[in-house]
Design a protein around this ligand. Structure first.
Ligand code: AMP
Ligand code: ZN
Length: 472
């Protein structure tokens, strides 16, 4: 397997610290609002990464944090507290806001077939661990206290810019011009490990600490949660590219400062989904959510299909027109895979052609997760002259990673249907479509009734007709 590593800026052979287990850490959502479809693009690609590793036989341990404390409006500790602002806006407690949006996030993930990581860690559950960790950094001389807050002194950590490759002097100028500077910092890039002198009088989340009542900074949670759950050596750390210059850079400084060892082997970053105003974000442009796509009549899995047709390292410019095209292609694809839903796939012996198709699919994924090309192999399977049983097997294998519910009807609608019966249904649906086009509504209705008698219910959607077998 080859993966692009942001640390070395090159595609590298993937060799985990230990062959037995792959440790994978994913920065999770800040739960002050719904996730937008840009955030979810990153989570879809991370899901593909995890499923590809598992498909290739790796044993993956995956951890995701939930940021429910400490994230200010800007990643560099400026502005207001995101959670507090949301609580004030919605007239709820911060805890209720966190619970509500955490649940909403996982509901969206479920709709997009994004697997829930084994460990979901809420930032507020690790307060004692942050305090211990900060004390460890303090003992090693990486911290200072100013105006009551505990800061990380980046000048003490050699290689602070090794991930971002940024020039600190240029950053200094940009910082002074753009934003109100925190005059208590020794270096502009120093960041807060523990806040006590909060400008937020109404801050409800506060804990006792050796430095006074307060709360943790944002970056500390990922370092500590990863360390506690996955140990001192991490194989892959994921997140969006926006996290490279500050959040992930600070995570490295904290963790490697604390352990004195190299931490993450591969830094994986997903590129942005952009809209006409630039990077899709919660505060600018149109705030697009999965629910909004559904309200507009889209199947969330059409969005997954849309995302998988782009490479994770390329920006993707979102438009409803392109999503509509993806939905049409996805509906057609499902129509083509439908006849294979009821075919048993045990004991399938792959032919030479079948094997080479599967190998092609795998090699595209091994090549830095080229999902778009992997999908083209799926179409080749459908076009090929392989036996139906073999096709069904290949579709099922590929869908383990793609997770597009290509054989979803298997359990719910077609359990007792033979291949011939399924093909007959698909044929009748096609015939009905033609009848409708020719305004032969009597024939179209007759087909619907005929299928209904057999317990098959048709559902007409703007993108075509789908069907399910009714429970009898
Ligand atoms: P947040 O909830 O803001 O911490 O973001 C959650 C994840 O979404 C992070 O990994 C971000 O890097 C990522 N992200 C934020 N905006 C976008 C975007 N427009 N496109 C893709 N990923 C994004
Ligand atoms: Zn993080």
């Amino acid at each position: 397997m080859k993966l692009y590593n942001s640390l070395t800026r090159s595609v590298e052979k993937f060799e985990p610290w230990s062959p037995e287990k792959v440790s994978l850490y994913t920065c999770g959502p800040t739960v002050y609002n719904y996730a937008h479809i840009g955030n979810l693009r990153t989570y879809i690609h991370e899901d593909i990464l995890e499923k590809t590793l598992e498909y290739l036989g790796y044993n993956v341990d995956r951890v995701m944090n939930i940021t429910d404390v400490g994230h200010l409006e800007s990643d560099a500790d400026e502005g207001e507290d995101k959670m507090l602002l949301s609580a004030l806006r919605e007239k709820k407690t911060i805890w209720d806001v966190a619970e509500y949006y955490t649940e909403a996030f996982f509901k969206d993930c479920e709709k997009l077939n994004i697997k829930k990581p084994e460990v979901i860690a809420k930032a507020t559950d690790y307060i004692e661990a942050y305090i211990e960790f900060i004390q460890g950094l303090e003992a090693k001389g990486y911290t200072y206290v100013a105006n009551g807050n505990v800061y990380y002194d980046i000048s003490k950590f050699e290689g602070y810019t090794k991930l971002s490759k940024l020039n600190l002097d240029t950053l200094k100028i940009a910082h002074r011009e753009d934003v109100e500077e925190d005059t208590h910092k020794k270096n502009p890039q120093d960041f807060v490990l523990w806040f006590t002198k909060s400008k937020f009088e109404k801050q409800a989340m506060k804990w006792e600490s050796p430095w006074g009542m307060g709360y943790p900074g944002w970056h500390i949670e990922c370092s500590v949660i990863a360390l506690k759950n996955l140990g001192e050596r991490l194989d892959i750390h994921c997140g969006g590219v926006d996290h490279i210059p500050i959040h992930h850079t600070n995570e490295i400084a904290q963790t490697e400062g604390y352990t004195g060892k190299k931490w993450t082997k591969y830094w994986w970053h997903g590129e942005f989904l952009i809209d006409h105003s630039g990077k899709m974000s919660k505060s600018s442009g149109e705030f697009l959510t999965v629910s909004l796509l559904e309200a507009k009549g889209f199947d969330p899995l059409s969005y997954r299909y849309y995302v998988l047709n782009s490479h994770y390292r390329k920006q993707l410019a979102f438009s409803f027109e392109s999503l509509e095209m993806a939905e049409k292609a996805y509906v057609k694809l499902k129509e083509r895979t439908a006849p294979f839903t009821s075919i048993p796939t045990d004991d399938v012996q792959l032919s030479k052609k079948g094997l080479s198709l599967l190998e092609a699919f795998e090699s595209f994924l091994r090549d830095d997760l080229n999902t778009a090309n992997a999908i083209t192999v799926l179409y080749e399977v459908l076009k090929s002259d392989a036996l139906d049983q073999e096709k069904a097997f290949l579709i099922q294998k590929m869908d383990q990673v793609l997770s597009l519910d290509l054989l979803e009807a298997k359990e719910s609608s077609a359990t007792e249907l033979s291949d011939e019966e399924t093909a007959e249904i698909v044929k009748l649906i096609e015939e009905r479509k033609t009848a409708k086009k020719e305004k032969n509504f009597a024939r179209a209705d007759a087909i619907r009734d005929e299928l209904k008698e057999k317990g098959i219910e048709l559902m007409d959607t703007p993108e075509g007709t789908t069907w399910k077998k009714q429970n009898q």
